[in-house]
Design a protein around this ligand. Structure first.
Ligand code: IPE
Ligand code: IPE
Ligand code: MG
Length: 242
């Protein structure tokens, strides 16, 4: 396809690391390590394609329910990758943000996240949002709490609340709404990822397991996105395809 329409904001549910490793007779945690390579590939792809925002689901608020050793490995991996990659991200003009309830992480990890966000805050080539201890329901409740605080402080009144004002209280308020949501690993569900932000996203599901998700498949997802007609409630004839 020549010149596909590019999404401005892509979100990815990176699923299938455990199954990928199991298929190869390895420990699940090895699958997570290989998954990091696919994160790098996707970041590179988005930079090259001039996609403005990439939001990746790394750890859900439900993932604490996994065996403690797996949770520990994931935290350690997060810590390690953050330490190793931040300089490179900064050099590549990538702005990093971690979205989610980080208060449950250990203080060293929280400090490292804050440092990385501060270092990269003025970068412009790509917004890379990593969702960690993130839940779409948490996000909605969190936004509601900020709004309630504003009302209590007399900064706004409840009946003034609009969708746009609500959006402004979410973690991705400064970025475009998600155009394309990709989920690898074959399951067709949202698993409490972005709820508000995917209201009109195009959904792309693939059987490919996350460690096998590379540039070609990312491009296939873009081409599929590009071929869809986004009607936003209108009928086909009303929509200008150009
Ligand atoms: C996704 O892969 C990564 C995380 C949830 C951290 P999984 O670990 O869910 O892999 P599967 O789905 O069990 O194969
Ligand atoms: C979703 O994957 C969370 C992440 C990719 C981080 P899960 O593997 O946790 O989702 P479920 O449990 O199959 O819905
Ligand atoms: Mg999974």
């Amino acid at each position: 396809m020549s010149n596909p329409t590019m999404p401005k904001h892509v979100a990815i549910i990176m699923d299938g690391n455990g199954r990928w490793a199991k298929k190869k007779g390895m420990l699940r945690t090895i699958g997570h390590k290989y998954g990091v390579e696919s994160v790098r590939t996707s970041v590179r792809f988005c930079r090259a394609q001039k996609i403005q925002s990439l939001t990746m689901f790394a750890f859900s608020s439900e993932n604490w329910l996994r065996p403690p050793t797996e949770v520990r490995t994931l935290m350690e991996l997060f810590h390690f990758v953050l330490g190793k990659e931040v300089k490179k991200l900064h050099k590549n003009d990538v702005r990093l943000r971690v979205i989610g309830d980080t208060s449950r992480f250990d203080s060293r990890l929280v400090a490292k996240i804050a440092e990385a966000e501060e270092l990269t805050r003025n970068n412009q080539s790509l917004n890379l949002n990593i969702a960690a201890n993130y839940g779409g329901k948490w996000e909605v409740v969190n936004a509601c709490q900020s709004i309630i605080e504003k009302c209590k402080a007399g900064e706004m009144s409840p009946n003034e609340l609009t969708e746009e004002m609500f959006f402004q209280q979410t973690t991705l308020a400064d970025q475009d709404e998600v155009d394309l949501l990709i989920r690898t690993g074959g399951d067709m569900r949202v698993s409490n990822f972005l709820l508000w932000h995917i209201a009109y996203a195009e959904l792309y599901f693939t059987e490919t397991l996350w460690p096998d998700f590379g540039e070609n498949e990312f491009m296939s997802a873009i081409e599929e996105f590009s071929s869809r007609q986004r009607r936003y409630g209108r009928i086909a004839e009303q929509v200008d395809d150009n």
